[in-house]
Write a protein that binds this ligand. Structure first.
Ligand code: NAD
Ligand code: KPL
Length: 302
């Protein structure tokens, strides 16, 4: 049984694919009001290639007393720790958590809350968004890397993902993957917010992108992640070109007045630099500009 905490975009996408492959799943919703709304909706709707289909998956709230052995944590990074803490009493002695959060920082906070559980980290390039309550659009096929920095052995349940069509690989260096994605995100997303442009619009700011990549590479080396730094600038330029027509996830969050995951992305990078007494003036200035931008829009800066 997979318990799925957070029936948003990615949680719903995982839940539906697992359930379709015959893997038992149980959604955990925020509270009884959300559970009642879910029951009225009759289940989760997944839209794939323009076709919508309803999946009446079972759901419960954190108050349910049944034990949890395998938990997919599909909340935003800023909600993950509190959401998992609520479930801590239900976790079995051999519990395993799969953490889908973007960026870095939330995974350590979650692990500290449930020290007996195995925490497996994920880094995903899949894309999904909500276009209604309990309705999710599978927007971009991608790849998910999974790994555990404390225990390199792959869990047997990777077969469940295989059967479900969740394209994945077990990574022996998941932290490197997460740092690389964080660096790409720091080089692209904040600038798209500040210039209010699509990713492709950054082609007009080559010097700024290059300077940020140089500082991010220095940070990655200092944090013991040299392979995450390798060819970073070329990769950033490649992503800018390949996703030129898209708005970055942070741009979408700000445009829709949603809280961003800044504390786990650029905020995490700047905090790591400070911890290492590394002076990265352009990254710091970018962070300050982004915080001002968010504050002016009354959006949280953490
Ligand atoms: P989302 O906002 O669509 O879904 C999060 C869900 O968690 C929401 O439904 C929210 O109500 C729920 N939630 C929060 N606290 C809860 C609690 N205490 N109990 C139960 N439910 C709770 O977010 P998302 O887009 O699915 O993103 C989840 C994570 O995955 C983020 O860190 C994001 O950066 C990462 N990610 C998302 C995508 C994507 O395409 N959506 C791709 C890669 C990575
Ligand atoms: O991950 C991204 C995002 O928008 O969050 C990309 C497309 C890589 C841009 O940083």
């Amino acid at each position: 049984m997979w318990h799925i905490l957070g029936a948003g975009s990615l949680g719903s996408l995982w839940a539906v694919r697992l359930a379709r492959a015959g893997v038992p799943v149980q959604l955990i919703l925020r509270d009884s009001t959300r559970l009642a709304a879910y029951q009225r909706a009759g289940g989760l709707t997944l839209v794939e290639r323009g076709n919508a289909r309803l999946y009446p998956l079972p759901a419960q709230t954190a108050a349910d007393p049944t034990p949890i052995q395998r938990l997919l944590v599909a909340c935003k990074a800023y909600d993950a720790e509190a959401a998992v803490a609520q479930l801590a009493p239900r976790l079995t002695a051999d519990a395993e958590l799969l953490l889908l959060q973007n960026g870095l920082g939330s995974q350590d906070s979650v692990a500290a809350r449930v020290p007996h559980a195995r925490c497996i980290l994920a880094c995903s390039t899949e894309g999904a968004f909500r276009d209604g309550d309990f309705r999710v659009v599978f927007a971009g096929h991608g790849h998910t890397w999974l790994g555990d920095p404390r225990d390199l052995s792959a869990p047997a349940w990777l077969d469940d993902l295989q059967r479900s069509g969740i394209v994945h690989d077990w990574s022996l260096d998941i932290l490197s993957r997460l740092w690389r994605k964080l660096a790409l995100n720091c080089a692209i997303n904040p600038l798209t917010v500040l210039y209010d442009c699509r990713n492709g619009g950054l082609a007009e700011h080559p010097a700024e992108v290059a300077t940020l990549c140089a500082e991010l590479s220095e940070l990655l080396h200092t944090c013991g992640q040299p392979s995450a730094a390798s060819d970073l600038h070329d990769d950033v330029l490649r992503v800018i070109q390949a996703t030129a027509a898209n708005y970055s996830s942070m741009h979408q969050d700000v445009a829709q007045g949603r809280r961003t995951e800044i504390a786990y992305l650029l905020g995490h990078a700047c905090a790591a630099a400070r911890r290492h007494r590394l002076v990265l003036p352009h990254l710091d200035t970018l962070h300050a500009r982004l915080l001002n931008h968010l504050q002016a829009r009354r959006l949280p800066s953490h």
